[in-house]
Write a protein that binds this ligand. Structure first.
Ligand code: PRT
Ligand code: ZN
Length: 292
């Protein structure tokens, strides 16, 4: 029987959320001793736990059908391998947000990236950095480093860096100033573009639709409330991400019960606006599972 292979990061910033999404799809795994291969128990999907940099390569080589990895890493490997269409991004996942930014020493008298022409930039993402700089018509010498990029200017091995930034505290701690964002990234779901045969494709579609359901459920809330019949349109317009709510009459009243799934975050401000529009008995419930 066909089985699918999904690659996720073994340990690091993306591993916990990646495992959580798959477990919420109802997948259960028997973990191997070395913890690198988890066998799917109820659904023919196995997990490969690897370094994030290996995930795009495993997909490009057809070892895995699906993978969760940062867009920065996927893009880097695609550029490095000249494999523009080798991976297809199915969905951004809304976590692992960061940016690849050019940064320079705080005291460097420079205000635009164009002024770095001809200088040295240290990075762990040489292809992505080279490619983005080329698009901006800037030529720099790339100094490839596998880690601790932020100390390169202090050591004198580079004039600037192109590194991942999220809060900016690593840059500040190393007396570096963010000059320009080269690439925005978050974790995303990638499929191999290699043809996988019908049986695997059926499995893959089932898994993708479960993942979509899990992600939508996580973003959604089920809202129940009572509202005056003549305020239905106004109340509906105030519910984030709702078009067609279910309306039920309330016996002997000119009010109705309104139920809806909100596809976007419901804030306290939304509830206050609903109340001001005449709604009462407002309940907001989590959605556990969803299948479109
Ligand atoms: O062992 P393996 O190769 O799997 O892990 P790794 O060390 O290469 O990756 P890991 O776990 O650090 O990051 C995995 C992915 O998380 C990255 O490829 C990005 O897509 C994403 N991500 C999100 C980040 C960050 N935020 C991030 N802040 N990756 C790295 N950083 C580092 C950055 O390199 C810098 O050293 O954090 C520091 C900056 O953070 P701030 O908050 O100080 O700005
Ligand atoms: Zn890595």
């Amino acid at each position: 029987m066909s089985r699918l292979r999904v690659a996720i990061q073994k340990s690091g910033r993306l591993s916990e959320r990646s495992q959580e999404i798959l477990k919420n799809c109802g997948l259960r795994f028997a973990q191997s001793k070395d913890k690198l291969f988890w066998y799917g128990q109820d659904f023919p999907v196995d997990l490969l736990l690897v370094r994030d940099d290996d995930i795009p390569r495993l997909l490009l080589d057809g070892v895995c059908e699906l993978g969760i990895v940062g867009e920065n890493v996927a893009r880097e490997v695609m550029l490095e391998r000249n494999a523009g269409n080798g991976l297809s991004c199915r969905r951004k996942l809304g976590f692992g947000h960061c940016r690849l930014s050019l940064a320079v020493p705080e005291d460097m008298d420079i205000s635009t990236s164009a002024q770095l022409e001809g200088m040295r930039v240290a990075t762990s993402f040489p292809a992505l950095t080279r490619n983005t700089l080329m698009e901006k018509n800037i030529n720099m010498h790339i100094v490839e480093l596998s880690g601790s990029v932020e100390i390169a200017p202090g050591l004198g091995t580079a004039d600037a860096i192109a590194d991942l930034v999220s809060t900016g505290s690593t840059l500040r701690a190393n007396h570096l100033r963010e000059l320009e964002v080269l690439f925005h990234s978050q974790a995303a779901l990638y499929c191999t573009s290699i043809s996988i045969g019908e049986a695997k494709q059926v499995l893959l579609n089932r898994l993708l639709s479960r993942i979509e359901g899990v992600l939508q459920a996580a973003e959604s809330k089920y809202v129940m409330l009572h509202a005056p019949r003549d305020a239905i349109d106004k109340v509906t317009a105030l519910l984030p991400g709702v078009e067609h709510p279910s309306i039920m009459p309330l016996e002997g009243s000119d009010r109705v019960a309104l139920h809806a799934v909100c596809g976007e975050t419901v804030f306290w401000e939304h509830l206050e606006a609903l109340k001001a529009a005449g709604a009462s008995a407002i309940l907001v419930l989590p959605v556990e599972k969803m299948l479109a």
